[in-house]
Design a protein. Structure first.
Length: 697
């Protein structure tokens, strides 16, 4: 039998991960993708894929792919639908949205709800934003992941803490701070491992002994939400023991005397009481961090991640940690400083794509963390009468899940969901529109973990009747009678628009070049050291701002400080008396938030929902290994199997998510107990700020 010839198509991973891997898709003569692998020509991702994306063909050809539009025929939440045509589906949606927009409540009663199910510039945030701006719908503040840290770091640095990740080979003391890097940033972990072979020490600060902590040279278990206190304790020792870089502080920093005074308020003894870390470990950490250049011949690097900001004081925690590399002067050296996100280095022309000026002045903005309040009419403005969901699964991922689901069951709420699979959210939809996967559409990608622009070229035709988000919003705009000149634009033209604007970082990066090569590095110096000489600080003073006049004007403490979690046992003893355990809920390694949960091989890899608990906490509650337990507080409850061990601190439990409710024992996941309270800065989510109790079922 003659073997079929294969065509290779360059693609990019679309998922919410800093690595944004370059991929190669092999397609046979029948137009079917038969192999997917990493592109070895990408200098950062270098040809290997994570466990999840290596199984992407299983996801693309999954038997549960939604093949055609659906209309609900039974009660909301039951998942009973009938097939309808695209023409009918678009007509129903257009008629309903028009009626709401023309009602006394007006178009602000319509709420788009989306996030990063895909990170592409076309399918995530292009014609969809333009459509809702033109409609006059309520705006969505997409805060659920990273805004607390973004605002916190902006106040200190006027930018994100960033280096070229390839320089990490030069680091000699690496701190993964709230970062499970080996799982969630595997290509960066490979670089850290190279640095370790050259003499680097790897430290992980985390309440949970994650896979990264297990592979590190030193795991420092910290009490959830106390990271700012630890950072201030490190500052105390750096200043006390004259480990600071006085020249860097004098030349490039603002508020040095005030910060010295603040740090004196956090001696190791006080920090130990707050964080649960022994004094001797705090002393050792600060000393090793502050002497890396002298003792190990290379700089220290802090890899911050998003887990440490998901509590009441999360924004200030990131702001405080961002001060440390300036104190030590590690920003001067390749591989030194701190790393959070490279996303702000990509000057995509978002305004040209999204057309924000089309939104009427005074249009309200709803924080996506507060979906429960929005669906129950508890926010200013008109009640939400229509919800359009895409690139997101809020029935699983939004906090205070019980109230979110109650809102989705409202008979007077018209819900449209663009999806690839029958997720928990689809079960509550009135109209379901089938969306393409990454192998079936064109898209353009930046990254928040490296410096390369990637083009994703469609490898196969859309399966069944699936359509890209761009095409869906074109059709909706036409049915609504919106101006053709706003929406009669091809995906190729949108790519060119995103790259337009004349930013020097994009000089020479064109659609044609990306079609040929698949990727291109931003036009940045080969040795990229944005803060080495103080030039990269985008603060009002142009310096690293330990003292922030911006914060002072807003009524906040202008200096780095420790803000406890909203639900902290030390500051909320009356609540802790009823719910004494601090719960964090990181994603299971086999999933990416709620993506991939329905992929059979990955769900088997994840096992089943479980919660890790310290042996002493388990014994006090009569809990044994493998026992089904219920985790609960005033907001709700969910069930999981108990795993007992010392990978968590006493008083802390770890529940892994984010499971779809239909795959759980009781139809609920960890977000039944999470709160819609927001962070101090940036209005971010507080998923790791929950007091709970656990008991056998």
């Amino acid at each position: 039998m003659q073997r079929q010839a294969l065509t290779t198509v360059r693609a990019a991973c679309p998922h919410d991960c800093p690595d944004t891997c370059a991929m190669l898709v092999s397609v046979n003569d029948d137009g079917q993708a038969v192999q997917l692998r990493g592109d070895p020509e990408h200098p950062y991702t270098r040809g290997f894929l994570c466990l999840k994306v290596a199984n992407y063909l299983e996801r693309t050809y999954h038997p549960e792919r939604l093949p055609f539009p659906l209309r609900r025929v039974g009660p909301k939440g039951r998942g009973n639908f009938e097939r309808i045509s695209w023409e009918d589906a678009i007509a129903i949606i257009a008629e309903k949205l028009t009626a709401i927009a023309q009602s006394p409540d007006g178009p602000q009663a319509i709420l788009p709800y989306s996030y990063a199910g895909t990170m592409g510039k076309l399918q995530e945030c292009g014609l969809d934003r333009r459509f809702f701006h033109r409609l006059g719908a309520s705006k969505l503040d997409r805060t659920i992941c990273a805004t607390a840290g973004a605002v916190g770091s902006q106040l200190t640095l006027g930018a994100r803490p960033v280096i070229d990740p390839l320089q990490i080979r030069n680091s000699r003391y690496i701190i993964n701070w709230g970062s499970n890097t080996s799982v969630t940033n595997s290509h960066l972990w490979a670089l850290m491992h190279q640095a370790r072979k050259a003499g680097a020490v790897i430290v992980t600060i985390d309440p949970y002994c994650s896979p990264t902590a297990q592979k590190s040279d030193w795991w420092i278990p910290i009490r959830p939400g106390t990271d700012a206190a630890l950072a201030l304790g490190i500052m105390h020792i750096l200043f006390r023991d004259s480990l600071e870089d006085c020249e860097y502080l004098n030349d490039y920093c603002l508020g040095v005397p005030e910060l010295r005074q603040r740090a004196m308020e956090y001696p190791p003894s006080r920090v130990s009481e707050i964080t649960g870390i022994p004094v001797e470990d705090i002393e050792r950490l600060a000393n090793e961090y502050g002497t890396s250049q002298r003792e190990r011949g290379g700089p220290a690097l802090i890899r911050l991640n998003y887990g440490l900001q998901r509590h009441g004081g999360g924004g200030m925690a990131v702001r405080t940690i961002c001060c440390l590399p300036a104190i030590t002067g590690d920003w001067r050296h390749p591989g030194g400083g701190a790393m959070l996100s490279t996303s702000r280095l990509f000057p995509f022309n978002q305004a040209a794509l999204e057309r924000p000026e089309l939104s009427p002045p005074g249009t309200r903005t709803i924080n996506m963390v507060q979906l429960a309040e929005a669906l129950h009419g508890e926010l200013p403005g008109p009640p939400v009468k229509a919800l359009v969901v895409y690139n997101c699964n809020p029935a699983a991922v939004a906090p205070d899940q019980s109230r979110v689901l109650a809102g989705l069951r409202r008979d007077d709420l018209f819900t449209v969901v663009l999806e690839q699979f029958p997720t928990d959210t689809v079960q509550y939809a009135d109209i379901v529109l089938p969306a393409t996967t990454q192998l079936e559409h064109l898209d353009l990608h930046g990254s928040y973990g490296h410096l390369y622009v990637l083009l994703n070229q469609p490898a196969i035709a859309p399966l069944a009747e699936a359509k890209p988000n761009t095409e869906i919003f074109r059709r909706l705009a036409k049915a609504m009678g919106f101006e053709p000149e706003l929406f009669d634009v091809s995906d190729e033209q949108l790519v060119e628009l995103a790259l337009s604007g004349g930013a020097p970082e994009f000089a020479g990066i064109t659609l044609e070049r990306l079609r040929r090569d698949g990727l291109a590095r931003l036009n940045l110096p080969e040795t990229f050291l944005p803060f080495a000489e103080g030039k990269g600080f985008g603060t009002p003073s142009g310096k690293c701002e330990f003292f922030s006049e911006t914060l002072a004007k807003q009524g906040f403490d202008p200096l780095p400080t420790y803000i406890p979690p909203h639900e902290d046992p030390q500051t909320r003893p009356e609540l802790a008396a009823r719910y004494p355990l601090q719960m964090i809920c990181p994603p299971a390694p086999a999933f990416l938030n709620s993506t991939f949960v329905n992929v059979d091989s990955l769900r088997r890899h994840a096992g089943e929902p479980f919660v890790e608990i310290h042996p002493e906490d388990a014994e006090a509650r009569g809990i044994q290994e493998g026992m089904m337990v219920r985790i609960f507080n005033d907001r709700g409850r969910f069930q999981a199997k108990a795993q007992i061990g010392d990978r968590v601190k006493r008083g802390v439990v770890v529940a892994f998510g984010i499971w779809w409710n239909r795959f759980t024992a009781d139809g609920a996941n960890c977000n039944t107990v999470t709160s819609t309270a927001i962070t101090d800065l940036g209005g971010g989510a507080t998923f790791f700020d929950n007091l709970v109790e656990i008991a056998p079922v």
